[in-house]
Design a protein around this ligand. Structure first.
Ligand code: NAD
Ligand code: ZN
Length: 360
């Protein structure tokens, strides 16, 4: 079958090939025919080693499709069901799923799913990015890694929920817990940042400031609910104008660079919350003064997959979409075919797009 494969970490391009086979499902697995998959910055990060990913691997982790085959123990979904792929599935039984109420942090299935090859090419094992591997006509997943949705939801729209939209909106709603009437600054207006802006808007933020290097992104941000949209050098002016210089109640960092993580912390007021959504490299460091941590009493919090319980949150986001409160259609900059993946990855590197969706 057709798939886009990362041959070696550091490669600039993926290899689009029809030589990949899918492994047989185990008793608790499903095979999903991928109809649509979004291209996320994390795919670029898996290529350049920012996100560790064994190679060769089928990349892609933001997908939706139709169940094609189920293992003998699977009763939760059936052949023909429409599903969204989950890249960090909750096992449902561990301490993170139950005691800590953080099913997004469950690693029981994710690590196994990342390390066990899902595909092969001849007799060579081929991995699946984040255990998902959606840049392929089909993928093999544990049953907990799919969420069944109504068949009337367009699957291109649904695919976006699988990563970028859940991550950004969830960071605002679940992790930072943006409150009505608050002031919010969002760094980065890509797919994740635009979803964070929409999450802040849904939460009732009074002011939402988008920050991006790219002028087109600033226009996009206003379209999705940003009340102000500025270049990084104009953040201090916006902070003065909106907060009298105190700083914003919330910052959501949706880029993944040490400088913008630090800038997010600096942009919030004493007692505010800076939520880090972007993914930087393991060896990159962010510095804090040993005095300011106590003195400023700021909350610095990471957000992994938008702090989601996918089993309920995916449906909540789709209801917001159906009511016209979450614009997903407008987030699709381009619809492309799998053989256009390399220019699409280049557009992500340049920050030119919100989301590009591959249609199989
Ligand atoms: P993207 O490339 O679509 O968007 C990034 C945006 O940031 C672009 O618009 C770009 O112009 C802008 N930008 C880049 N450098 C900038 C700078 N110095 N100052 C201001 N703006 C700048 O990326 P995305 O798909 O939206 O993903 C954003 C980040 O979120 C990535 O790091 C990705 O890996 C991460 N991510 C995290 C999770 C999670 O679970 N926390 C999940 C998915 C993605
Ligand atoms: Zn992603």
């Amino acid at each position: 079958m057709l798939a886009a494969v990362l041959r070696n970490t550091g490669d600039q391009d993926l290899d689009v090939t029809d030589t990949i086979q899918i492994n047989d499902p185990g008793p608790d697995d499903v095979i999903v025919k991928i109809t649509h998959t979004g291209v996320c910055h994390s795919d670029v990060s898996a290529m350049n080693g920012t996100i560790p990913q064994p190679a060769p691997a089928v990349l892609g982790h933001e997908g939706a499709g139709i169940i094609e085959e189920v293992g003998e123990n699977v009763t939760e979904v059936a052949v023909g069901d429409h599903v969204i792929v989950v890249w960090s599935p909750p096992c449902g039984g561990c301490k993170f799923c139950l005691d800590h109420s953080s099913p997004n942090l469950c690693m029981t299935l994710q690590f196994g799913s990342m390390m066990i090859p899902h595909f092969r090419e001849g007799d060579v094992d081929v991995h699946a990015m984040a255990g998902a591997g959606t840049f392929a006509e089909k993928t093999l997943l544990p049953k907990q890694a799919v969420v069944k949705i109504d068949p009337d939801i367009p699957l291109d729209i649904a695919s976006l929920i699988g990563c970028g939209v859940m991550t950004g909106a969830g960071a605002a709603l679940n992790t930072a817990k943006v409150t009505p009437g608050s002031s919010v600054i969002v760094y980065g207006a890509g797919g994740v940042g635009i979803a964070a802006i929409q999450g802040a808007r849904i939460a009732g933020a009074a002011e939402i400031v988008a920050v991006d290097l790219n002028d087109d992104k600033l226009d996009d941000a206003r379209r999705f609910g940003a009340t102000h949209a500025v270049k990084p050098e104009d953040v201090d002016g916006a902070k003065l104008e909106i907060t009298g210089g105190d700083g914003f109640d919330y910052a959501l960092e949706c880029i993944g660079r040490p400088q913008t993580m630090r800038a997010s912390y600096d942009a919030i007021r004493r007692g505010g919350t800076a939520c880090i959504v972007g993914v930087g490299r393991a060896e990159e460091m962010v510095e804090f003064s040993a005095f300011e941590l106590f003195f400023m009493e700021k909350t610095l919090v990471g957000s992994y997959y938008g702090g989601t319980d996918v089993r309920s949150d995916f449906h909540k986001l789709l209801r917001l979409y159906k009511q016209g409160k979450l614009d997903l259609e407008g987030m699709i900059t381009r619809r492309i075919k799998i053989d256009e993946i390399n220019p699409a990855l280049e557009a992500v590197r340049k920050g030119e797009v919100i989301r590009q969706v591959i249609e199989f």
